[in-house]
Design a protein. Sequence first.
Length: 535
Amino acid sequence: MIALRNFALRRGERLLLSDVDLTLHAGARVGVVGRNGCGKSSLFAAIQGEVEPDRGDLDLPSKLRIASVAQETPSLPDPAIEFVLSGDEEVHSILRAEAQAMEREDWDAVALAHQKLAAINGYDASARAGRLLHGLGFHPDTHQMPVSDFSGGWRVRLNLARALMMPSDVLLLDEPTNHLDLDAVLWLEQWLLKYPGMLLMISHDREFLDGVSTHTLHLHEGRAKLYTGDYTSFERQRAEQLRQQQIAFEKEQAERAHLQSFIDRFKAKASKARQAQSRVKRLAKLSGTEAVRAERQIRINFDAPLKLPHSLLRLNDTDAGYAQTCILHNVGFGLEAGDRIGLLGPNGAGKSTLVKTLVGELALLQGDRMAHKDMQLGYFAQHTVESLHEGQSPIDHLKDIAPGVATQEFRDFLARWNFSGNRAFEVIDNFSGGERARLALALIAWRRPNVLLLDEPTNHLDLEMREALAEALSDFDGAIVLVSHDRHLTGLVCDTFWRVADGKVEAFDGDLDEYAAWLRSRGTRQARAPNAQAA
């Protein structure tokens, strides 16, 4: 049990939380939600003893075992499976002592190590570490690779696997689905459902929260309130509270009409497409939450393209990859106005390769890429946020791509993306990851594209911004290709799915729920090529 009494938490000059009184019980799976900067990660730091409360008490049981995901992974020579196994420090220590005893042929010490392992059921530790790596997408051939050979995204997965390996009473996960593909997210969801301890997780993936959490802890305006139920249940409860307080009734009614128009629009298209019916079901889940949605501060949109030809982009008989390494074979893939395509498949199978080929960033190894002369691409890559310029403001970034435009026009545009007033002139150096991602999307929207190619656009975005992005994309008139582990966003935006795996790009005849069921029915995960995981 974790108890907070009259708890307050400050970071620098900012008072993040105050007058918090709540109790978290063993076995609860708690989704911790709130806007970026509200104190979610700082609360985790306090639970781990890394920061002191500004006031009040944080009571933890003695000898409480807390596991969390490390933020950095050193460039170690250790094999990946040994790095994960070291998460169980007791077992790892005994195994190391056993190996050393065998080297010096001290058989009494070896026997003692065997007794200790048997006492703590440590003989299956290596197998457990292997299952964690496998579930998170590591090909068996990579289990013995040095940690230093893995790229940054795969090292994040190694840290997650190591945290899951730790024996713990409390597991703290801060955005665990970032850097995971959908297959790994679905596996992690099932693993967490079997975790016996208390789970606290910060996530902006509402489907993941709905699939795992039994409680929702909402941080808002310096307060923390615990709700029973998953994220959708929390939204409904909070909406009822806001209605009882008669907050923004007129705005709520306008939002209700707006949401109903979404549902009605897609019901008209649902008779022949299971994917469209799936979208209607997801929209229907939001009914009854209009008061919460009306409270949102962020409203964004992509202006209508200046030109919208019907046939926009096509790949014919294409081999795609890097230099002489072919990743995808004989791809036939086309985009027409109104297409909303979600790409499915494990990391490393070629989703980003396909997107880069559509963009024209990768030269074709074979075949043809045909683009309409009036096609205007909007491309969000996984590295797009890092390409923003330190020392420049949002206004400066717009001036770089549109010189000669009046500053007031820039200010009006940026205000629609929640960079209003002086925020438009602040340098981005102190912007959060979510604010940078929002600015990157705004720069794309400024160009008024008719094709959006979005590769994991939701990393760093909070739930409020993800909802706003889902609505904006649903209203977009052009074509969309989306790669995202966020099932809620993908399910609302996309009505066609293609699976990228085994060197092929093939239509998947079903919706996201059917894809999840199909993955479970396979029994074994699709093997990944080892070189896809190395740096």
